[in-house]
Ligand binder design. Sequence first.
Ligand code: PLP
Length: 456
Amino acid sequence: MQTSDYQRLDRAHHLHPFTDFKALGEEGSRIIERGEGVYIIDSEGNRILDGMAGLWCVNLGYGREELVEAATAQMRQLPYYNNFFKTTHPPAVKLAETLCRLAPPHINRVFFTGSGSEANDTVLRMVRRYWALKGQPEKQWVIGRENAYHGSTVAGLSLGGMAPMHEQGGPLVPKIAHVRQPWWFGEGRFGEGRSEGQDPETFGRECAAALEAKILELGEENVAAFIAEPVQGAGGAIIPPASYWPAVKAVLAKYDILLVADEVICGFGRLGEWFGSVHYGLEPDLMPIAKGLSSGYLPIGGVLVGDRVADTLIEEGGEFFHGFTYSGHPTCAAVAQRNLELMEAEGVVERVRDDLGPYLAQRWQALAKHPLVGEARSLGLIGALELIDPATGERFDKALAVGNLCRDLCFASGLVMRSVGDTMIISPPLVISHAEIDELVDKARAALDATLARLA
Ligand code: PLP
């Protein structure tokens, strides 16, 4: 089949996620046929550097035969069996052990799911159940953050704070509130309530104070948990000011509120540690995981459960009426296990921390000098560029959709870089080389130049 054949059938039958169906029908999809290392290859033979690792997940890159072999061997042995009703299988047991060994010491249990969204549904049920078992059933409110993404199931989108999602298909799950995100550039420097002369660290503390104010508004006796990513991914690669997490931790400790660190993007090396929580010293009670767990080769997620919650669920909970047909799916678990073994054997996480992260940071910072860029930031292998109007030094009118223009020009020049409004983001595979980082930065610069030329 030719590209046009795929596009015709796609248009006729396929409803894509997060897509304006009608607009896509007019434009036609790009058909991705193959992957090799950090590159994807489309049906026209274009080789494109995948600066987003798929959807923040192909951490080991494309084309790893070891993962194909792990899947094949497990499918031959036992393609499927479940973990319900007192049964399990070797891949789920081994993966549970590996995950708990890699997790911080106070985390020794995992509940498997098929995705990150299912992991966050599980989180919501677990935290409310935990407090009910503790004799405080009124502790039901969960606080998330505006513009956060925690998945597309009803619980996931309710925990998330994306206004356009909330507007579609409600009502949402009750007793979930949101507080401001620690996005210095967008809200501290250019936001509506910005105050002259404020610095990022003061802003970080203000964001933590907003959390405390929300807890007091809801009543501390009613708040079960706070959920946040260590670095907010889909919201725009938001790296919080250094003051933010210590201040948030202090607030949660003061009111005895559980911390859920969503590690779906930050987990498995993205920030240069096995978990983003380790980078920030968070010691969360629960950590939803997915994506990089299997490098995206097969769908699998889970919730890593700290001793405080796990012990209560186990000792006092009786049967937990919750689970998915594919919780701990053997083939997915075998691939995830092999993925983690390879990451350990190849020192992938340490390399991000000690070599690739600092190298990217140095190359990425050079883009801050570009006239379109108001800020360049990165941590480990996640990064963002904030676009500003060089004529005014202010943000562009949203209606111009400059971020989307830049994204499209990037794609055309052979780089996947995503746009969230006028924030350009990258999250490449963790096996990217220095030369490939150079290529990524050069292509990003070329796309910025092309965007500037279009705006002239
Ligand atoms: N949590 C975070 C932080 C995510 O970025 C995502 C997906 O992008 C999810 C949860 C949902 O994961 P999934 O798409 O596997 O359901």
